[in-house]
Design a protein around this ligand. Structure first.
Ligand code: 13P
Length: 252
């Protein structure tokens, strides 16, 4: 546990214009810009990346993107590459979010290509996995996660995995106000860590941060962070307001 630095990441999804994003970043820098026991990352929409980076570059807050294309460049209208988002100041990129799987046809195969592209561009991938409500009800939680990770992490080396972060986001808990119970979350995080130990090495499993996402709020963060295999949170709705997000960052 000692060498896994807790991480609190904010996924702003498709919220905030450029000026709104810059204003929120300014408030967040004032509140949490010197956070050091916790690594803080925010992922604004593409259009706000450079503006937000100008605001946070002197602070301890990292910038992330919410998606990338797997090619470095080319005739792919509407897409953005890893090199491009790195050059905008990003050091992280969220990959395979359930909303992208659900609405934009992302598959474990495209997730795998995107992870490789992120690593090639020196970006740390935040790899999202999680089961739907019907998969949980059918007792397919672990088999779903096993498949997402087998295919998503296919071909990755130990060194590559060292740069990655996993985010467990049960689909039924995203934006619904329903949070996994501490028991449910811990069981899945433990499963993911065991998967990493089997697929890579014990040390990889020990070093990799596994974040929880799904209706994380100031009122439930401490209880989640107290669990042995939860190393941080990927926060959606509650990351949009800087004060609320700061209350999550300062969970201790
Ligand atoms: P909410 O925190 O709004 O449930 O969203 C979670 C999420 O999808 C973060 O990526």
């Amino acid at each position: 546990m000692e060498n896994r630095r807790p991480m609190i990441a904010g996924n702003w999804k498709m919220y905030k214009t450029c000026s709104e994003a810059v204003a929120a970043a300014r408030s967040l820098v004032a509140l949490a810009g010197d956070a050091d026991g916790v690594e803080v990352m925010i992922a604004p929409p593409f259009t706000a990346l450079t503006g937000v980076f100008d605001v946070i570059r002197q602070s301890n807050i990292y910038l992330g993107a919410q998606n990338l294309h797997w090619e470095a460049e080319g005739a792919y209208t509407g897409e953005v590459s890893g090199q491009m988002i790195y050059s905008a100041g990003c050091r992280y990129v969220i990959i395979g979010h359930s909303e992208r799987r659900q609405y934009f046809g992302e598959t474990d195969e495209s997730v795998n290509k995107k992870i490789r592209a992120a690593l090639a561009a020196n970006l740390r991938p935040v790899i999202c996995v999680g089961e739907s409500e019907s998969e949980r009800e059918a007792e397919k939680t672990f088999s779903t996660l096993d498949k997402q990770m087998q295919k998503g992490l296919e071909g990755l080396s130990l060194d590559q995995m060292d740069s990655a972060v996993i985010a467990y986001e049960p689909v039924w808990a995203i934006g619904t106000g329903k949070t996994a119970t501490p028991g449910q979350a811990q069981a899945v995080h433990e499963f993911i860590r065991k998967f990493l130990a089997d697929r890579f090495e014990e040390t990889t499993a020990h070093k990799t941060r596994i974040l929880y996402g799904g209706s994380v709020k100031p009122s439930n963060i401490a209880e989640l962070m107290a669990l042995p295999d939860i190393d941080g949170a990927l926060v959606g709705g509650a990351s949009l307001d800087p004060e609320t997000f700061n209350n999550i960052i300062q969970y201790r």
